[in-house]
Unconditional design. Structure first.
Length: 218
């Protein structure tokens, strides 16, 4: 199977499995999405979705957020982990949004990356999901699956993102990055992985990956 045929198979299979694509993090606007994505670093979407309602009940916009102290924010978001860094980032970026952007979230990855605690992946998620601007945020699921499928060298997320953008049509990026995440969680997890349930890897997967899985069964 050629690489182009592999790409077509991935697109067709994911479209069949996920015709409707749920957004993992609950939010109501670009600001609440930005905060939710920032909070999701090294945490789970389930945990973030449990905590964000508590935070947004108190402050769901930058003007209300800056009225809280960093310590008050940290106390609320503590269960998601890394709360000191995240609370400082939320408070700091809220100030910048007010001072520099009149309380609005900027629509470019470059501007978002200048905000405290906002990295490239967070910025990419926000532009894709809040503003429908084509982006391909790479998380651990996408990084793992692109390697398993033989579509990237898997050396780092930067290379994986470049390969994904090169291989997949731009108009599909926003759907595909979510579809791959859901597929990774349901059919191709890092732990407890069953190749027999993972139709994409079983069909187009890297030979080395399949051989190692079969070896592990013996």
């Amino acid at each position: 199977m050629t690489k182009a045929e592999k790409v077509s198979f991935v697109i067709d299979t994911l479209k069949r499995l996920y015709p409707q694509i749920p957004i993992p993090l609950d939010h109501k606007d670009p600001y609440t999405l930005l905060i939710a994505v920032l909070m999701s670093a090294q945490s789970t979407d389930v945990k973030v979705n449990q905590i964000t309602p508590l935070l947004f009940e108190v402050a769901d916009n930058p003007y209300e957020m800056v009225k809280l102290t960093v310590e008050e924010i940290r106390e609320i978001i503590k269960p998601v982990g890394l709360s000191p860094m995240k609370a400082k980032g939320i408070h700091g970026l809220s100030h910048i949004l007010i001072d520099k952007y009149n309380g609005r979230v900027p629509e470019s990855i470059e501007e978002l990356e200048q905000l405290p605690a906002v990295g490239h992946k967070t910025a990419s998620v926000v532009v894709a999901q809040a503003f429908n601007i084509p982006a391909f945020p790479v998380d651990t699921h996408i990084h793992r699956l692109m390697y398993r499928w033989g579509l990237t060298t898997g050396k780092n997320v930067v290379q994986t993102e470049k390969d994904a953008k090169r291989l997949f049509p731009e108009y599909l990026w926003n759907d595909l990055h979510l579809q791959i995440i859901w597929y990774g969680r349901q059919y191709s997890p890092a732990r407890g992985w069953d190749l027999e349930k993972d139709i994409i890897t079983a069909t187009i997967g890297r030979k080395k990956v399949i051989e190692e899985w079969n070896k592990g069964r013996k």
